[in-house]
Design a protein around this ligand. Structure first.
Ligand code: NAD
Length: 323
């Protein structure tokens, strides 16, 4: 049973996902009790299996679209709401489910926090800013998105979740916070999320050439998961409502990412250029002035160190599967 000890109690929705599982780890390490609520739609029990024997950890397999937290024992100090279709492949597959989860799921998570007088932290996304411009995205910029362009289900659902969170703050004085998370990577990331780094890791693991859409000058902003989690924790601890950007302000070219992954993978790894994409997409990158001033937060992990740890984790995971 979770929630009636003396330790602070955190509920992590989507806690069996990539980011959520690392957040559960960090919360346990910092002395919390943690209840992970996840329906395993895109998350995996394996992501939190190492916490099976941890007495301060509980895993509830629940669909947050209908779950209201009635079986959660005791007080709750903080709710981190991460449950949402996160990858383009998810939300394009079922845009209605995406919107249902942002509305019903976020309502239920907010009501749970309100019923327990807990702090509420929403894991929002840089996607609320719309297409990347030349300048880093700042929190006071109004995102430009088209609700009817086919991607609207994702953008608008996340904007709706932010608006709902803000409404609970103004209407019920709920202590809320909004993190706008930018592209994050690391161990347990999903390799089917359609991102270029996921493809490079899959190719490196298979011993296949890493395919860079020529000429590879497109840029990405990559934040290592431990850094992103540190940002979420800082937001959860403080009183700042946000929104606040959590991401890497540095950009790195797609070619550099491929070359670095290849160098880490070993001397046989090869990088080849393939047909460039029809539209040359550059990454959104954050202005993190607010996070550094208010939370004393900024990413600390170099891209090389983060990619080394990530690839090593996946190599071990493949070796485990084969053994
Ligand atoms: P993920 O897919 O690994 O995790 C999402 C988790 O939510 C999964 O475990 C899934 O099973 C769970 N979930 C989805 N719908 C649910 C429901 N109705 N009830 C219960 N559980 C449900 O994705 P992630 O990359 O870990 O992302 C977590 C959060 O962070 C998402 O809200 C995402 O939008 C946000 N975010 C992530 C990134 C990134 O780069 N990973 C960037 C920006 C924002």
């Amino acid at each position: 049973m979770v929630g009636n000890g003396a330790e602070p109690h955190a509920v992590v929705t989507g806690g069996a996902g990539f980011l959520g599982s690392h957040l559960c780890d960090a919360l346990i390490a910092s002395g919390h009790r943690v209840t992970c609520v996840d329906n395993f739609e895109t998350g995996r029990a394996a992501n939190v299996r190492h916490l099976d024997d941890e007495p301060r950890f509980a895993l509830l397999r629940r669909d947050l679209n209908v779950y209201e937290g009635a079986d959660l024992a005791g007080p709750v100090d903080v709710v981190y709401h991460l449950a949402a279709p996160a990858a383009p492949s998810d939300y394009l597959l079922d845009p209605v489910a995406t919107m249902r989860s942002a509305s019903s799921g976020t309502l239920n998570a907010l009501d749970l926090a309100r019923a327990r007088s807990a702090r509420f932290v929403l894991a929002s996304t840089s996607e609320v800013y719309g297409p990347a411009g030349d300048e880093p995205s700042r929190e006071d910029q109004v995102g430009q998105v088209d609700p009817a362009d086919g991607y609207g289900a994702y953008y608008e659902s996340r904007r709706f979740a932010e608006a709902l969170t803000t409404a609970y703050r103004s209407t019920y004085a709920l202590r809320t916070a909004i993190a706008r998370i930018f592209s994050t990577y690391g161990p347990r990331m999903r390799l089917d999320d359609g991102r270029v780094l996921s493809r490079f890791i899959r190719q490196a693991l298979a011993g296949a050439p890493l395919t860079v859409p020529g000429p590879g000058t497109q840029t990405r902003s990559l934040c290592y998961v431990d850094d992103a989690v540190a940002g979420l924790l800082a937001l959860g601890r403080g009183g700042y409502p946000g929104p606040v950007n959590i991401g890497s302000p540095e950009t790195v070219s797609v070619f550099t990412i491929a070359r670095t992954v290849a160098e880490i993978a070993g001397p046989d790894a090869e990088v080849v250029f393939v047909e460039p994409p029809a539209v040359d997409v550059h990454a959104r990158r954050p202005d993190i002035t607010l996070a550094s001033q208010l939370l004393d937060w900024r990413p600390r992990t170099s891209v090389r160190a983060g990619l080394t740890a990530t690839l090593a984790w996946f190599q071990r995971a493949v070796a485990r599967e084969l053994s």
